[in-house]
Write a protein that binds this ligand. Structure first.
Ligand SMILES: Nc1ncnc2c1ncn2[C@@H]1O[C@H](COP(=O)(O)OP(=O)(O)OP(=O)(O)O)[C@@H](O)[C@H]1O
Length: 317
């Protein structure tokens, strides 16, 4: 069953068309909304919440129409905005409690929900300190807590991993996954990094320039875009190890693509990993790494050149 159903949604700002005839169904579970900066992700979330009107088109969120039932939608949805929105002088406990009260919870229930939610996001010890002194990771956790405190049926999380280091990102992604698995809350989570949403999401919607590029189960998407990244060295100190490996792999009917010292090899079957390892070994080369590439949006767009010179960790673009 769809949680969100969107038909022909268009949003024009005076100078920019942020969404252009977007139609897509978002299934239950964790759905990643992926797109480059400016693709229209935040605009879509704001329209779904009734915070900004669509120019044309329509959508329902948990069965409620965005044009006629925005209040019901906001009651059912928790929203974690992208940008910092926390008052620096307030503590997390005060802030989340305030929003719990704003959502209509009586004082005792609000206090209990605040404590439970902050504990759930791992913000229990520090909850009485002013938020101005919090790290980015702590702020993101408080933003998540305030989205959950009124016990929503679904949450919209706008770039929740922004500004986090790799460990902080992993912790946030695990937390997001748990929001669904532990509490049964559906999640719409945005990112400009496809790789990080792949491990968190059941389904991925990719948009570009306000248009739908893909809407697929994560499993489908991964199998279609699966690439291995390979780095080799010559134990004898030679400098053309990458080119030697590229040629040898091409002779084995693989299609390696070189980018700097790295080779990207599309997976064509269950034997690809072994074939690469054996081919490299047969050339007398050492294997520095052979691992699954963390995809970038550019791959889905069919523009592999867009990643030249920055390949590898999949985290910066
Ligand atoms: N209030 C606004 N007025 C005018 N243009 C806007 C407004 N909000 C967004 N835009 C423009 O609409 C386009 C889509 O922006 P949006 O913020 O939805 O993208 P995004 O995918 O969320 O990217 P980011 O992660 O960078 O915020 C961009 O070109 C942006 O400059």
């Amino acid at each position: 069953m769809s949680t969100i159903s969107i038909q022909g949604l268009t949003k024009r700002y005076p100078r920019v068309t942020a969404l252009e005839g977007l139609s897509v169904e978002v299934p239950e579970g964790v759905c990643g909304l992926v797109g480059a900066n400016g693709a229209g992700k935040s605009t879509l979330i704001k329209i779904l919440l009734g915070l900004t009107p669509a120019t044309s088109g329509t959508a329902t969120v948990l069965g409620d129409d965005i044009h006629t039932a925005a209040t019901a939608i906001r009651r059912n949805i928790g929203y974690m905005p992208e940008h910092d929105c926390l008052p620096p002088d307030a503590s997390a406990a005060e802030f989340v409690m305030h929003l719990a009260r704003m959502s209509g919870l009586p004082v005792d229930a609000a206090r209990q929900r605040t404590a439970d939610t902050l504990r759930h996001v791992g913000m229990y010890e520090e909850r009485y300190r002013p938020m101005g002194g919090y790290s980015t990771g702590m702020k993101q956790r408080v933003k998540l807590a305030q989205a959950l405190v009124h016990d929503p049926r679904m949450v919209f999380l706008d770039e929740p991993t922004n500004g986090l280091d790799p460990t902080g990102r992993d912790e946030m992604l695990d937390l997001i996954r748990k929001v669904h698995t532990r509490f049964g809350i559906s999640v719409l989570v945005t990112s400009h990094l496809l790789g990080e949403l792949e491990r968190t999401s059941d389904h991925v919607v990719v948009i570009d320039g306000g248009r739908l590029l893909r809407s697929e189960s994560t499993g489908n998407l991964t199998s279609q875009t699966h690439t291995l990244v390979l780095e080799v060295l010559d134990p004898a100190g030679g400098t053309d190890a990458t080119e030697t490996a590229r040629k040898a792999l091409a002779e084995r009917d693989l299609s390696p693509r070189a980018s700097g010292d790295l080779l990207y090899v599309p997976v064509t079957g269950p034997d690809t990993f072994d074939l690469i390892r054996d081919t490299v070994s047969a050339q007398g080369l050492g294997l520095v790494r052979l691992q699954r590439d963390r995809h970038r949006i550019a791959e889905i767009f069919g523009e592999p050149a867009a990643r030249e010179g920055s390949a590898g960790d999949g985290d910066d673009h």
